[in-house]
Design a protein around this ligand. Structure first.
Ligand SMILES: *[C@@H]1O[C@H](CO)[C@@H](O)[C@H](O)[C@H]1NC(C)=O
Length: 251
């Protein structure tokens, strides 16, 4: 029974990735300034931020993630699927997600649920970090950012290493394909960075959804639909709402 569920989940994920259905297709705005280094780091991990304490970042527990994605709770989750190289289980994912939420100073549960649910869909529950089946060179991270955003994210993370001429590349030639995949490789090289992509996007590349009391309110599915349409420029597809519901219940 459990295996059947996993197989259908994997098939669905593969179909979705191969369909290239990925949201981040809009032109890139000017990147926002880097965050200040003065904020207080997340203290405990696990507990939602105490109301009224603005310096505590949101954190997720392994139990919560296991509840949302039961298949990925297993130690052998990744050896059961055909993406063992890019796949991680919940144990690795939860650590990367919490590091990313600290880095991008995520304090609101509604933001955490929206971004984590979206990354779960885009990565096929942590199996994929590149769109390589059959593939769109340069598209990757756990949020499956399109290349134009992968480029901006790489520049944000590694300003000295990323060259201006890599901006706006289109795939097609062997050289472009390779360069675009090399840029993506920079940002998926470690899990906190690959999982950080969705939070970077929320906090730096879209405006009006991050730290906004009127957007992505806790438990508000209409706010999530607004983020899908106006934040990541996709549709409020039923599969996205179904996954959001799972995370909204579990986190
Ligand atoms: C570059 O990638 C595209 C998309 O996957 C592919 O169609 C094309 O054949 C690739 N170019 C080369 C030279 O391999």
């Amino acid at each position: 029974m459990k295996l059947t569920i996993l197989i259908s989940l994997l098939a669905a994920a593969a179909a979705q990735v191969s369909a290239g259905r990925c949201p981040h297709v809009n032109p890139v705005p000017d990147p926002a300034p880097a965050p200040s280094d003065t904020a207080t780091p997340a203290p405990t991990g696990g507990a939602p931020p105490a109301p009224g304490n603005p310096d505590v970042y949101y954190a997720v527990t392994l139990d919560q993630l296991n509840k949302a994605v039961p298949d990925a709770a297993a130690d052998n989750y990744c050896s059961l699927n055909d993406r063992p190289k890019s796949c991680v289980n919940n144990k690795i994912a939860v650590d990367a997600i919490n590091k990313a939420m600290t880095k991008y100073q995520i304090k609101r549960r509604g933001e955490a649920v929206a971004v984590i649910a979206t990354m779960a869909l885009e990565s096929g529950y942590w199996q994929y970090n590149m769109n390589d089946t059959p593939g769109r060179p340069g598209q990757g991270t756990r949020a499956m950012l399109m290349y134009n955003f992968v480029y901006e994210y790489a520049k944000y993370l590694f300003p000295d290493a990323v060259k201006a001429e890599w901006k706006g590349l289109e795939f097609g030639t062997a050289e472009n394909n390779k360069t675009m995949n090399d840029v993506a490789a920079m940002v998926i090289a470690d899990e906190p960075t690959s999982f950080g992509a969705g939070f970077w996007y929320l906090s730096k590349s879209t405006t009006g959804f991050y730290n906004n009391d009127a957007a992505l309110r806790d438990g508000n599915v209409d706010d999530f639909k607004g983020y899908l349409v106006d934040g990541i420029h996709t549709t409020a597809a039923e599969e996205r709402i179904t996954i959001w519901n799972k995370f909204n219940e579990a986190l």
